[in-house]
Write a new protein. Structure first.
Length: 130
């Protein structure tokens, strides 16, 4: 008998596919890598991660995710331009299946000996039915 993946796993995989199709030039990570190599998009759960909307024979939940846009921070002007282009593409790509709650400001993040990256968080929500 085939194993059915949880609806949250299916939604995360669908989001990764959607991003990979619409935002070219970025590696897509469905889980956080040990060290993100720019440019990439990283999917991580937000807090709260899942909000029950209806329980019973089939649960409905709101699943919240962060899409982290990671670009090279060595040249901040180009990094900001790349971030803005990626954010615009992401907003268009997810509009039909996810609602975007907010887009945070780009932040410099240290990633150890590799240096710094510029990271922008896009907080989004999908309403899932089991």
């Amino acid at each position: 008998m085939p194993v059915t993946l949880p609806v949250s796993t299916q939604a995360r995989a669908a989001l990764a596919t959607l991003l990979g199709t619409n935002v070219t030039g970025y590696k897509i990570w469905t889980t956080a890598p040990a060290v993100p190599v720019a440019p990439c998009l990283v999917l991580v759960p937000d807090s709260p991660w899942m909000l029950p909307e209806r329980l019973g024979s089939g649960a409905n939940v709101a699943m919240r995710m962060k899409i982290l846009v990671v670009v090279d921070a060595r040249v901040n002007v180009n990094g900001l331009d790349k971030t803005e282009v990626a954010v615009q593409k992401i907003l268009k790509a997810v509009a039909s299946t996810w609602s975007v709650d907010q887009v945070g400001p780009p932040q410099i993040t240290e990633v150890g000996p590799q240096g710094s990256v510029l990271v922008t968080e896009i907080l989004c929500t999908a309403h899932l039915k089991e």
